[in-house]
Structures are given as C-alpha cells and as structure tokens.
Write a protein that binds this ligand. Sequence first.
Ligand SMILES: Nc1nc2c(c(=O)[nH]1)N[C@H]1C(S)=C(S)[C@@H](COP(=O)(O)O)O[C@H]1N2
Ligand SMILES: [Mo]
Length: 370
Amino acid sequence: MTQQTSAPRFRTVGDGTGLSADDTFTREELQLASRNRGMPLEGLRYAVTPTGMHYLLVHFDIPEVDATSWRLDVGGLVSKPLSLSLDELRDRPAVTHTVTMECAGNGRALLNPRPLSQPWLLEAIGTADWTGTPLRGILDEAGVDSQAVEVLFTGRDRGVQGDEVQDYQRSLTLDEATRGEVLLAYEMNGEPLQPQHGYPVRLLVPGWYGMTSVKWLDRVDAISHHFDGYQMERSYRYRQSADEPGEPVELIRVRSLMVPPGIPDFMTRARLVSAGRVELIGRAWAGRLGISRVEVSADEGSSWSDAKLDARAPEFAWRRWSFEWEASAGRHTLCVRATDTEGNVQPVEQPWNIQGMGNNMAQRVEVIVE
Ligand SMILES: Nc1nc2c(c(=O)[nH]1)N[C@H]1C(S)=C(S)[C@@H](COP(=O)(O)O)O[C@H]1N2
Ligand SMILES: [Mo]
C-alpha cells in the first residue's frame, strides 16, 4: 500500500496570502474566482468593453448604497469641507475618458509557485467610457491646505484582510490626485455605475492599476502624512519575500493580448484552427504610456514578427493590432508581446513576486492547426 504523504499544499506568509507549487486550485481560490469575473478574451474585439464583460474585482462585499441619502464628504486638511449629493456632483463640469483598467494581480495564476489570491489567468482587463467630474475641481473648491501631502480615499465597503478589519482605503500623493484625468466617476458606458462597479460614485485613476480606483467612494480627505493602511503597505507591493518592504505597485505595465483564434476545446480551451491565412487580432496597452510595437511569435518566442498597429488610441486606452499568420498543420504556441514608448518590453519568462503583482509575461496560446 502506498503511503499518502500530504505535503503542505501552501505555506502562509506574513500578510495572509500563501503560495502553491502545484496545479491544484483551492476552494478559496474558486470562491474568489466565482465572485470576481474576468473579461472573456474574445471581448478584446470591442474597443469599449460592454459593461457586463468588463472584469470585476471586489475585495469584500458589494455594499448597499442609497443614492438619495449618499453624500461624498470632502474633508481633512481643507479650508471648506464639502458634503456633496450625487446631483451636486452631476452639476459640476463633466468629462468622459476612455480608460483601460487592469487588476494588478492579472496573470497571477500563471506563476509558479502560485500566489494564493484571486486566481486571474489573463482576463482581469476591460476598457470603459467613464464619465464624472475631475477630482481637481472638487479639491480646489474645498481649498486644500499647504500642509497636505496626500489625499486619502475611503470606500463604503468593509472587511478583514491579513487579520486587519478595515474599510477599503487607498491614498495618492497630492500631485497624482490633482492630475487632470483623475475623475469622480458616476457613469460607465453612458449609464449610472452598476452596483458592483462602485455605485453611485467611484474614483477613476487612469494609468494606474485598478486597486487605486476606489469604488463606493464615501470620503475624500487631505492628509499631512503618508497613509500606511493595509492596501498601501501590506498589499500591492513588489516583493520577493514577505519580510521585505518592497516597492509600491502603481502604474500599469505594458501588456498585449490576442483574441484566441479558431474554436476552443471545451475543457482545455486549446484552439483548433484551419491551415492557411489566419488574422490574429488583439489590443495592447501600457498605462500612461503609448505602445510603440507589438510582436507575434508562432514558435514559443524563438522568433518574432511585427504586428500592424492601428492608428493612435485614446491616451489611456488600449490600442488595436493585427497580424496575418500563415498557419501550417501541427501544434503551435502563439505568443504576443508589446513594447511601450519608453522601450519596456513584456518578458517571456515570468516576472515573479510573492503577491503576483504587475505580471506582464507574454501571453501564450496553444493552437492545433488542421
Ligand atoms: N471600495 C473598493 N474599491 C475597489 C476595490 C474594492 O474591493 N473596494 N477593488 C479594487 C481593485 S483591486 C480593482 S482591480 C478595481 C476593479 O474595478 P472593477 O471591478 O470596476 O473592474 O477596483 C478597485 N476598487
Ligand atoms: Mo485589483
């Protein structure tokens, strides 16, 4: 009889996350994955993602907010604290930005060992038309004191993470918070925000990974120090081990994804493609930067060819690309990688860190050509 030794499936690290070196997903990962949807990659066909296909990430529960009694309180180090209703926010100047948002944990489940958290493969992505009023105008109205260095954003949702009971909170430096594109957004794709996307109002910080765009916004406070809450100092860090402080996760790194070609196998999602000319299409983005190049490989990254880039995209949105692939019979691993306007190229090998943040490893798609 063989002895079943049960090696620990994961070890717990300081911040309450863990790692798994095997391909067995845990019940907790499934629980997260069924609450937090990804954008099916065929959704890359749309320049603006239909709202119901946009990815979703909710740390705790979706709070119930009554928009008639809801107020946005703007306070802290300001000369004139504000308490604004939704109608009062809507009366302020409105702008719409087309913005590609990505979760910092996108790609996490492809890493080895795998950080135990929301197990994204590559689908934590979406682009929407966000309408709202610039935060800068509201901060000007409130009159931010000269001692203020950061702006703290508090969501209405509350939960426990890493043994800490907390409101969902993130901060930005005053310089970042007062950039013109930062919005208090109340519409997504021309409709009021859906409950899961932050109804009635969320922060929208184009170019930054999604965690910065605080949903169900409740308070905005100007503060005189660096905010060191859980979602700033313990999570969203680039760290190789749990005991180093690491660098903060901030702007979205360059990435490109393709619509998987042909038809999928139900279970494995490997692709079946007919031999001949196949048009591969996809989108590439790089946060605040532009895309200078997209390359495709049909041999697992040994050789690369340039894809064709569409005319320029909106400043904070993804850019479409296409590539004519001459598919020959057999098995192929297609890869795509992008380069941003500062020359950063997506790695082909995994850029590992303990929380699986900012992972922009080149996409691989298994294809069987008949
Ligand atoms: N209040 C609050 N804001 C939040 C979150 C949250 O759990 N609570 N999740 C953040 C994370 S990690 C991401 S990636 C984005 C996701 O936004 P979306 O669900 O609208 O796509 O919201 C961010 N804002
Ligand atoms: Mo996220």
